[in-house]
Ligand binder design. Sequence first.
Ligand code: NAD
Length: 514
Amino acid sequence: MSDIASLDLATQTRDLLSGLGVDERRLSAQGAAIPVRSPVNGQMLGHVASATAEETNATIERAHAAFLAWRRIPAPRRGELVRLLGEELRANKDALGRLVSIEVGKSPSEGLGEVQEMIDICDFAVGLSRQLCGLTIATERAEHRMMETWHPIGVVGIISAFNFPVAVWAWNAALALVCGDSVVWKPSEKTPLTAIATDAILRRAIKRFNASGDAAPDGLAELAVGGRETGAALVAHPRVPLVSATGSTEMGRIVGRELASRFGRAILELGGNNAAIVTPSADLDLALRGVAFAAMGTAGQRCTTLRRLFVHSSVYDAFVPRLKAAFSSVSVGSPLDGHLVGPLIDHAALERMQEALAAAMEFGATVHGGERVDVGAPQAFYARPALVETPVHDGPVLDETFAPILYVLSYDDLEDAIALQNDVPQGLSSAIFTTDLREAELFLSARGSDCGIANVNIGTSGAEIGGAFGGEKATGGGRESGSDSWKGYMRRATNTINYGRDLPLAQGVTFDVG
Ligand code: NAD
């Protein structure tokens, strides 16, 4: 066990960044710079320059010029750049994973997992670069052919949240780059260092790409570090036809409205209020493990974190006491020392957690855990995960509090439980634990979960990149990552070609000008 307060994470960070080729002066910006602290022990890691409005606009113009050149490169060649990015990420996985752990407070395994996710999406995008396929469609007119083609769309703005500081960029950038777009990334102001590190890794890939005879245009993939005003500049800019924004529903409401007002496209990946149902036939050992990871992993700071649990009354007494024991015994402390539950990102997050627990009690709930845990570092904010038995599905239960709080309710009828599960503004992730085929299929059916993600016998978090990721309702409706999400990064054209000598009009319309 290390003494957490005296752990020198600033020096480690400096060494990791300099190993990736980042000039250490970037950590000591003057003036209106962004301060970066490690949530692990609250130590100041550095001050990073924030882009001015002029710099952000110039970055977008550069990215637009890059797009005009990049769209001319054949997609499989564009895929080669992403292949090299995947190689560089593999080579630097340990360093970037460690930085994620230091800057966000994730366990080493989750930090490395985040980088693995970046590698996985690169692999996926490389294959995709040879499969940007359109359709050929039967036409009603003789000697005509109809098809659809997919073209690059332009500059893609990427706004990311603190909790997946680098993977979300990769989900978007790997697809956008093979699709022929350029990208400008506005990372969370809470996690600029991992963004700077990722940018350095990308520069290595671009250098190798150019050395092999290709030319990635200047400005192809840019970084604009800053606060919400930098994000707002991306959202407002007419040269940015698509913004993929990940963060709170509050942010998405503003960004979505702003984009709609200029007919810009949005991929919105917003908050979740995810639920699981434990039915009478559930394998309770498996459910316990699934619920524990989904509710407490990453200290409850995943968009897919399990926040509500509906347990059938016939298994409540067999299941909930075991869950309570897991909550009260899970180790809370520095994730770098192997504890399973690490810190909240900042003091405000701890305050919001305490407010939600107080509000739940006003609604008659019984709160187990949830108190601050003293780790000997006053500027670090750890809390024991809270299991909250609540008689009502109301009050804070309906909100996403970005902290480890699990609200537990008892139910008697599955259809009622599904209705309550769906009765929140958000629609991201959901799960059912059952060994009954009828229950599982009902949950997955049109009458079942209304979420973008619906699982059986696994928890709500920990998605793979092969599926489309995203959610409905106040989660924003966007889809990223696998399946056909790539279509969101391209524009579609329908083409009709007449190879005959006549000009028949569709629907039998005549217009004979002689
Ligand atoms: P946040 O909304 O505070 O910030 C997210 C990003 O949006 C940051 O980069 C921020 O600077 C930017 N931003 C905020 N207001 C903006 C504005 N008006 N215009 C432009 N940009 C703006 O979120 P956070 O605290 O960093 O992250 C936690 C939230 O993100 C949670 O709600 C979580 O559920 C959500 N999240 C969702 C997904 C998903 O895929 N659905 C993934 C990760 C996190």
